[in-house]
Design a protein around this ligand. Structure first.
Ligand code: ADP
Ligand code: MG
Length: 709
C-alpha cells in the first residue's frame, strides 16, 4: 500500500488498519464497534469530554460523583478474588498521603497482574464508583508517569467514548490519544480547508486543520472553544445549505396548481356548517396555506399543532378550497381507527353539502373498492379518506390537487413520497403532526419544508390534571374511577406495547382487563378492549362501542394513542407509565380533555424508577405543553431517539453538534446559508466554488429529503 502523501483528501481515505499500532484485527473491531474504517473516520471521531491534565487528584479527594479523573499512585498489594461466579483482581493504590483506593479488574487479569509493578508511580485515569461503601475505579487506564512523551502535547486530555469490546482489547481513551496523535502528525499539513476564506474571515473561524488538531489535543481552553465552534459551525452550516438549496430547487422546478377562487363549498360550509369560531391560530394557518395555493408553486408544508388543536378542521377547510377549484383531495391516516374517525368527522361536518366523501382502507371490500375506483377516475369522489391503501398503484385519481397526510411521522419516507406522484403535476401537500418537533430538530429534519404552527387550543378547554401514582394507591384510583363513571364520564386504561415481545404485551393487557373487570364487574360496568392483534372490524366494533357511550371503560394498548376523539372520556389511566416515552405519554394524555369536563391523567408506575423515568413523570405532571415536552424530550434522550423521528431517523449524522444545545448556532448558520443562497442560488460565483464542491461531495449520496412528503 502506497500512501498518497501528496493529497490530503486521498490520504484521509486510507484504510485505518494502516495507521501505526492498529493492524487488521483492531481495524475490524473499530469498524464494527464505532464504524471507523478510514483515517478520516478516525480524525472525525471526536472526544466527548476533556479533563485537565494538570490536575491530579489526591486519593482522599476522590468521591463517587466526580467525572473522569486522574491521580498518581503506587500499587501496594494485589488481591485475586475467585468465586465460582466471578473472578476479579483488586489492586490497591496509595499516594503520598497514605490513603488507599481500589482498582478493580474483571477482565485481562493475567495481563494486568504482570504489568502492575510495586514501587513504580503510575498515572491512573477513570471514573470513580462506589461499591459497598468503598470508592473504587473499575478498569482504570494507566500509564507510567512520564510515558506520554511521544505524543502531541496538551494539558487538556481528550476522553473518547469506547465500548466494552474495545476496552477489553485495550482500545480505550489512551489508545485513541495515541492514534489521533500519530494520525495528526501524518496528515496535519495536508488537511484541506472546506470553507471559503471569506466565510472563515467574516465569522472568525479557525482553519480546519487547527480545529481538528485542537479538538483532539487542545493547546489551550480558548483554542478548544474555537475548535468546537468551527467544527459545529461547519457541520450545521452545510446541512442547512444543502436543505435550503433543495428547497430553492424545488420552488424553481415544481410548478404547482393554482387555486384562485373561493366558492360555494367553502362559503356554504363557513356560513352554515361550521359549528364554532376558528381560533386565531387556525385562521392564520389557513391564510398561510391559501397563499401557497395562489402562488403557482407546489406547496410542501408541515403543520404542527398540539393534540386537540384542531388540525383536522384546518385540513378540511383547505380541501374545500381545492374542491371549489375543481380538484380532488385525499387525507391519509396511519391507522384504520383514525381513518374511520376522520371519515365520520368529515361526513358529519359536511352534512347537507354535496361533496363526495369515501373511505378506503385495507379492509374495504372488493366490490366497494371497485366502486371507489370508478368514482375516483370519474371524479365523483371529492375527498378520499384512508390508510396506506391510498398509495397503492391501483388507486388512480382523475385530478388530485391536494394531499393531506395526518400523523406524518408514522409513515415511511417512500410511502409519503408515493402520494406526490398521483397526478402529472404534483399536488399540494400538507403533512400534519401532533408530535411537536422542537424547532431546532424541525429545522434539521424538515429544513426544506415550510412550517405552520397551531399554537393555541380552542377556547374552553380545561387543563388536564396529571397525577403520578404508585401501586399502593390503586384502591383510591379505582374509587375515583367509580365516581367519574357515576357522573357519566368514560375512562381509558392503557397498557404499554413493546414490539419485541408482543406475547408479553398481550398478557399485560389480558391481566389488566381481568383486573379491571374484577374491580368493575358487569352488569354495573361495561368494559371493552382494543389491541393491535384484533381484526380491524373487531377493533372498530370496540372503538365504536366505547365512542357511542355504551362502554364505561376502554382497556387498550397504545393503538389508541393516535388521534382518537371521544369527548366524553375524562380519565386516562396509563399503566407502567415509566415504559412510555414522553411524547407518547403526551399523546395518550391528549385523548382526554376534549370535552367540557375537567379531565385527569393518572400515571401508574413502579416505585423503583430510573432517574430519567422519574424526570419524565415529573415533567408530565408539571406541564401540558406539547412543545415544552418535546424540547425536554430532546434534552433527555437526544435527537436520534425522539419519537416521531425514529422511523425516518435523523437524516444527518451529527458528529459534534447537539440539537438540544446548539439551537442558537443552528439558527445563526441557517441565516448565513440563507444569505449566501440569496446572492448566489446556484453557488456559481467563484468565491462559492468550494461550497458547491463540498456539498456535492458530502451530500451527493443523501436522500432528497425535499421529497419526504
Ligand atoms: P388534532 O389537532 O389533535 O387533530 P382535532 O382536529 O381532532 O385535533 O380537533 C379536536 C377537537 O376540537 C375536535 O372535536 C374538533 O371538532 C374541535 N375543534 C376544532 N377546532 C375548534 C374550534 N375552533 N373551536 C372549538 N372546537 C374546535
Ligand atoms: Mg388529529
Amino acid at each position: 500500500m502506497r500512501l498518497h502523501l501528496s493529497d490530503g483528501n486521498m490520504i484521509l481515505e486510507t484504510e485505518i488498519k494502516f495507521l501505526a499500532g492498529i493492524g487488521s484485527k483492531r481495524a475490524e473491531m473499530l469498524k464494527k464497534e464505532l464504524g471507523i474504517s478510514t483515517f478520516k473516520d478516525m480524525l472525525y471521531t471526536f472526544p466527548y469530554r476533556y479533563i485537565d491534565r494538570t490536575k491530579f487528584y489526591k486519593i482522599s479527594e476522590i468521591t463517587e460523583d466526580l467525572p473522569y479523573i486522574q491521580f498518581k499512585g503506587k500499587i501496594t498489594r494485589i488481591e485475586n478474588i475467585e468465586t465460582p461466579r466471578n473472578k476479579r483482581l483488586i489492586a490497591y493504590a496509595t499516594d503520598n498521603s497514605g490513603d488507599e483506593i481500589q482498582l478493580v479488574f474483571f477482565r485481562g487479569i493475567k495481563w494486568i497482574k504482570d504489568k502492575l509493578k510495586p514501587n513504580i508511580e503510575y498515572i491512573f485515569f477513570g471514573k470513580p464508583n462506589v461499591f459497598r461503601g468503598q470508592i473504587n475505579i473499575i478498569h482504570p487506564e494507566m500509564e507510567t508517569a512520564g510515558d506520554e512523551n511521544n505524543q502531541i502535547n496538551s494539558n487538556i486530555q481528550a476522553i473518547y467514548s469506547s465500548t466494552e469490546l474495545l476496552k477489553d482489547n485495550f482500545l480505550g481513551t489512551k489508545a485513541f490519544n495515541r492514534f489521533q496523535s500519530a494520525l495528526l502528525t501524518l496528515v496535519y499539513d495536508k488537511i484541506n480547508e472546506t470553507l471559503p476564506e471569506y466565510i472563515t474571515t467574516q465569522y472568525k473561524l479557525i482553519s480546519l486543520k487547527d480545529a481538528l488538531l485542537n479538538i483532539h489535543f487542545p493547546q489551550s481552553p480558548e483554542l478548544l472553544k474555537q475548535a468546537q465552534f468551527r467544527l459545529k459551525f461547519e457541520e450545521l452550516f452545510y446541512i442547512q445549505l444543502s436543505l435550503l438549496r433543495q428547497r430553492l430547487n424545488r420552488l424553481q422546478k415544481n410548478r404547482g396548481f393554482v387555486f384562485p377562487k373561493i366558492d360555494n363549498n367553502f362559503n356554504n360550509f363557513y356560513k352554515n356548517n361550521l359549528p364554532f369560531e376558528l381560533t386565531n391560530a387556525q385562521k392564520r394557518v389557513i391564510k398561510e396555506i391559501r397563499k401557497d395555493f395562489a402562488a403557482g408553486k407546489q406547496m410542501n408544508r408541515l403543520l404542527q399543532g398540539d393534540v386537540g388543536s384542531g388540525k383536522t378542521l384546518v385540513a378540511l377547510i383547505c380541501m374545500l378550497i381545492a374542491i371549489d377549484n375543481g380538484f380532488q383531495t385525499c387525507i391519509m391516516a396511519p391507522t384504520e381507527i383514525l381513518a374511520n374517525q376522520h371519515y365520520q368527522t368529515i361526513c358529519e361536518f359536511l352534512k347537507g353539502i354535496d361533496i363526495g366523501v369515501r373511505l378506503l382502507t385495507g379492509s374495504t371490500k372488493k366490490s366497494e373498492r371497485k366502486l371507489i375506483d370508478n368514482d375516483l377516475t370519474s371524479g365523483k369522489i371529492n375527498i378520499l379518506v384512508g390508510t396506506h391503501a391510498l398509495i397503492e398503484e391501483t388507486v388512480q385519481f382523475d385530478n388530485l390537487g391536494f394531499v393531506v397526510i395526518d400523523e406524518q411521522h408514522r409513515f415511511g419516507v417512500e410511502q409519503r413520497a408515493k402520494l406526490r406522484y398521483k397526478n402529472i403535476i404534483e399536488p399540494h401537500i400538507l403533512v400534519m403532526t401532533a408530535t411537536p418537533i422542537p424547532r431546532t430538530l424541525a429545522m434539521t429534519l424538515y429544513g426544506d419544508l415550510d412550517i405552520s404552527v397551531i399554537d393555541e387550543l380552542p377556547p374552553g378547554r380545561k387543563n388536564i390534571k396529571t397525577i403520578h401514582l404508585f401501586e399502593n394507591k390503586r384502591l383510591q384510583l379505582f374509587g375515583f374511577m367509580r365516581e367519574q363513571i357515576k357522573a357519566g364520564r368514560q375512562i381509558y386504561v392503557v397498557y404499554p406495547l413493546i414490539k419485541e415481545s408482543e406475547k408479553m404485551d398481550y398478557k399485560n393487557l389480558e391481566d389488566g382487563y381481568f383486573a379491571i373487570t374484577q374491580a368493575f364487574p358487569p352488569p354495573d360496568y361495561v368494559t371493552c378492549v382494543v389491541h393491535g392483534k384484533m381484526k380491524s372490524d373487531e377493533k372498530d366494533f370496540s372503538m365504536n362501542y366505547f365512542a357511542s357511550g355504551k362502554a364505561n371503560i376502554l382497556v387498550a394498548t397504545s393503538v389508541i394513542e393516535v388521534g382518537v376523539n371521544v369527548p366524553n372520556a375524562s380519565v386516562m389511566v396509563i399503566e407502567s407509565a415509566e415504559r412510555f416515552g414522553l411524547s407518547q405519554l403526551h399523546q395518550l394524555r391528549g385523548r382526554v380533555g376534549r370535552g367540557a369536563e375537567q379531565s385527569y391523567c393518572f400515571l401508574m408506575s413502579d416505585v423503583k424508577l430510573t432517574t430519567e423515568a422519574r424526570k419524565r413523570m415529573q415533567l408530565m405532571v408539571r406541564t401540558n405543553n406539547g412543545f415544552e415536552i418535546a424540547e425536554e424530550d430532546l434534552k433527555l434522550r437526544g435527537p436520534g431517539d425522539i419519537e416521531g423521528t425514529q422511523q425516518s431517523g435523523l437524516p444527518f449524522n451529527l458528529k459534534i453538534s447537539n440539537l438540544a444545545k446548539d439551537g442558537k448556532l443552528l439558527e445563526y448558520v441557517r441565516n448565513v446559508a440563507f444569505e449566501i443562497l440569496n446572492e448566489d442560488n446556484l453557488l456559481e460565483l467563484k468565491k462559492n466554488s468550494l461550497l458547491r464542491e463540498t456539498l456535492e461531495k458530502n451530500f451527493r449520496k443523501s436522500i432528497d429529503y425535499s421529497a419526504i412528503s
